[in-house]
Design a protein around this ligand. Structure first.
Ligand code: ZN
Length: 202
């Protein structure tokens, strides 16, 4: 499965000068919502990801995604795995699990994102689930931006990867492109201003 082609076909690989949620800048941005607007594509991706996870032999009770980006991918993944689905969301910047979602003591939870860059939001969602008694068995994303090491990769994750080393991370593919600290950003250097994806109608 060629994830890059799927994103290109959906016009979901954007080019510009983007301010990422991590604070870094990038020339490219993956707009997963554009890929997942076709439920058939979403289902196909989730089935492929679920296959990988099943082959690994994880026992999963529930998939949990950080809102908003991870919700569609996580919901489809839960369907493909035959599990329950819940989501975490930010309230005043703090990740929380609300809406009446409950977690049983020792419940096996897999955290699913659309894209994992450094895994910050996924880690926050896992921390909240842990506090509620979950057993975090894995992380998953449609694509890995190359900072973390997914199951099957031979290289180690970069120091900026926030996902724990001892929990497996599944992704369909690595999808690498450079990101810059604002002070090192070549687009900033020529006076261009970074913008948040979505803030200009994309
Ligand atoms: Zn910049």
């Amino acid at each position: 499965m060629n994830i890059e082609q799927i994103y290109k076909d959906a016009n979901a690989l954007l080019e510009g000068h983007f301010l990422l949620s991590s604070g870094s800048h990038s020339r490219f941005y993956l707009q997963s919502a554009k890929v997942l607007e076709d439920p058939k594509v979403a289902q196909k991706l989730a089935i492929a990801l679920a296959k990988q996870i099943k082959q690994y032999g994880l026992k999963i009770d529930t998939v949990c995604s950080p809102a908003l980006g991870g919700v569609l991918a996580g919901y489809e993944l839960a369907r493909a795995l035959g599990t329950r689905f819940i989501f975490a969301e930010r309230v005043n910047k703090k990740m929380t699990i609300r809406r009446g979602f409950e977690i049983q003591e020792g419940e096996n939870i897999l955290i699913c994102e659309d894209i994992i860059t450094t895994g910050g939001s996924a880690l926050e969602a896992s921390s909240v689930a842990l506090e509620m008694g979950a057993n975090i068995v894995g992380f998953a994303a449609l694509a890995n931006r190359g900072f973390c090491s997914k199951v099957g990769d031979t290289h180690q994750g970069k120091p900026t990867c926030k996902l724990p080393n001892d929990i497996p991370f599944f992704a369909l593919e690595n999808f690498e492109f450079e990101i810059y600290e604002p002070k090192d950003c070549p687009m900033c250097k020529v006076g261009d201003k970074a913008y948040k994806p979505g803030s200009r109608g994309n």
